[in-house]
Design a protein around this ligand. Structure first.
Ligand code: AHG
Ligand code: MN
Ligand code: MN
Length: 334
């Protein structure tokens, strides 16, 4: 291994970043990254570890929790609660806000995460991930209360995901640029490998679960129909389709080579008109995508502008290459 100027571990990258990142925030990002290394190790164990299958528990969303959902949640809690940097934690796997237990000191940030994204892919050895979002705690009087979390995505001071794929990659933004770091398994360090990621403006690749087609709204059905019509259709070009079923993996492809990712509103279950969660799935991904030059919308509203009303609120998600997302917005307007 030759150490040159281009060899930049996460810790050093954060300390010399173009925008001044407050030291406590740098450390919190490193704490989260450290926990993700442990999750990565657990994922890599596969069938050799006790990580496959489900426990007999459900989360607040009524979803059966996989063993790895619970393990990952626990790793992130234990890796961050003691540090004195956060005032509260919210997670897909916990019904309510997790208050920082005594005797740990409360800090100035709020941490939100989807500890294990793509749970249906764990047991079949397909890429999964962790998504996280960091907010500033608004005031010291109600540090870590539920209400302190209900801030629009625009207020995030940092957001990122880690994909546990053929390599483990952390993709991070503090709102200025998006940078990706590959986990060097020998050093146990995230090393900068994709500086200043930019999403190509145009694309001919879409990602959507087409089995929901009967339940989509008209604009989405027309848009996908027109993509599938290919060169002979109104779009006049051949499209390709991908759907991993792990948002992290689908967004990572979109971030890397462009594309459009859609989990739109549908009427399959009238109680659940949207699937993805605003605060720890849609918002962090929207900040990454927009900082990399893409767009993120519900079809009618920018995701980052939504004022959350509930911690586990769900929202339609359409994000990726700007020109293609704009086309979907046009279908909604016409
Ligand atoms: P999670 O595993 O955290 O519950 O998230 C699963 C999400 C997301 O990762 C993915 O894009 C989507 O669910 C897949 O949903 P379908 O199985 O309906 O395609
Ligand atoms: Mn998820
Ligand atoms: Mn999850």
């Amino acid at each position: 291994m030759i150490h040159t100027n281009s060899f930049l571990p996460l810790r050093r990258f954060l300390s010399r970043s173009e925008s001044e990142i407050p030291e406590e925030l740098q450390r919190l990002i490193i704490d989260v990254a450290q926990s993700c290394k442990l999750i990565s190790m657990a994922v890599n164990q596969g069938a050799l570890g006790d990580i496959y299958g489900s426990d007999d528990t459900q989360n607040i969303q009524g979803e059966v929790q996989k063993k790895l959902d619970i393990i990952s949640n626990q790793i992130l809690l234990e890796g961050t609660e003691w540090t004195g940097r956060i005032a509260g934690i919210a997670s897909e796997e916990m019904d309510a806000v997790y208050p920082i237990p005594d005797p740990y000191i409360k800090g100035e940030y709020l941490l939100l995460f989807d500890p294990l994204d793509g749970s249906s892919n764990i047991d079949v050895n397909i890429s999964v991930g962790t998504i996280f979002s960091i907010l500033k705690c608004p005031d010291s009087a109600h540090r870590g209360s539920d209400n302190s979390f209900l801030q629009p995505g625009r207020a995030q001071v940092a957001a990122g995901y880690v994909i546990y794929g053929s390599s483990t990659v952390l993709v991070l933004t503090t709102g200025v640029t998006v940078n990706a770091f590959t986990l060097d398994q020998r050093l146990g360090e995230f090393i900068l490998t994709h500086p200043n990621m930019r999403i190509p403006r145009s694309t001919a690749e879409f990602a959507i679960n087409t089995s929901n087609l009967p339940y989509w709204t008209d604009p989405i059905r027309h848009y996908i129909d027109d993509c599938i019509a290919g060169k002979k259709g109104p779009r006049g070009k051949q499209f390709n389709m991908r759907w991993v079923g792990s948002m992290v993996a689908d967004i990572h492809r979109t971030m890397t080579r462009g594309g459009i990712f859609l989990y739109p509103q549908d009427s399959k279950n009238p109680q659940l008109p949207a699937k993805l969660r605003l605060m720890y799935e849609a918002n962090p991904m929207a900040l990454l995508v927009e900082t990399a030059g893409g767009l993120a919308t519900t079809g009618t509203h920018p995701i980052l502008e939504i004022q959350p009303e509930k911690l586990h609120q769900r929202v339609p998600v359409i994000m990726g290459s700007t020109e293609e997302v704009q086309v979907v917005l046009d279908y909604h307007q016409n």
